[in-house]
Design a protein around this ligand. Structure first.
Ligand SMILES: NC(=O)c1ccc[n+]([C@@H]2O[C@H](COP(=O)([O-])OP(=O)(O)OC[C@H]3O[C@@H](n4cnc5c(N)ncnc54)[C@H](O)[C@@H]3O)[C@@H](O)[C@H]2O)c1
Length: 109
């Protein structure tokens, strides 16, 4: 399958990407690279990627994919406490399809 892996640069995505690829899938990452420059371990896996905010995705960004593995999020409490509205927007509104990411998938005709 051709898989869009959001949050591929994060803690789980950095493991999930290579795992999916080793299972024979084509993986394209999508991430804002929020933690760019914070690496202290091995180099990030070499996965083709798009640097984009999930809130800005359009139908065109999702075309050609068989599946989306959605890991992009503001995923810890201290980060969430910096801006609760922003966290709600990224973690909840988009996931529930009230913003651009999932709604276009449902409206393809
Ligand atoms: N790590 C865990 O133990 C754990 C446990 C249970 C659930 N989860 C969930 O799994 C998901 C991934 O967790 P993680 O630990 O890998 O998080 P993480 O913070 O390490 O990675 C999240 C990634 O999402 C990216 N991101 C954030 N906002 C974005 C946006 N608006 N658009 C595009 N990319 C964006 C960040 O740049 C980052 O690379 C989260 O939903 C988290 O709540 C994680």
């Amino acid at each position: 399958m051709r898989i869009l892996l959001t949050g591929h640069k994060g803690y789980i995505g950095a493991v999930a990407g290579p795992l999916l690829r080793s299972s024979g899938h084509e993986v394209i990452g999508l991430d804002t690279d929020l933690f760019a420059g914070c690496e202290f371990g091995d180099a990030a896996p070499d996965i083709p990627e798009v640097r984009k905010d999930i809130r800005d995705l359009t139908k065109a960004d999702l075309e050609g994919f068989d599946a989306v593995v959605h890991l992009a999020a503001l995923s810890n409490d201290p980060l969430g406490n910096l801006d609760a509205d922003l966290t709600y927007d990224i973690n909840h509104t988009v996931r529930r399809g009230r913003r651009s990411m999932t709604r276009p998938l449902r409206s393809t005709r």
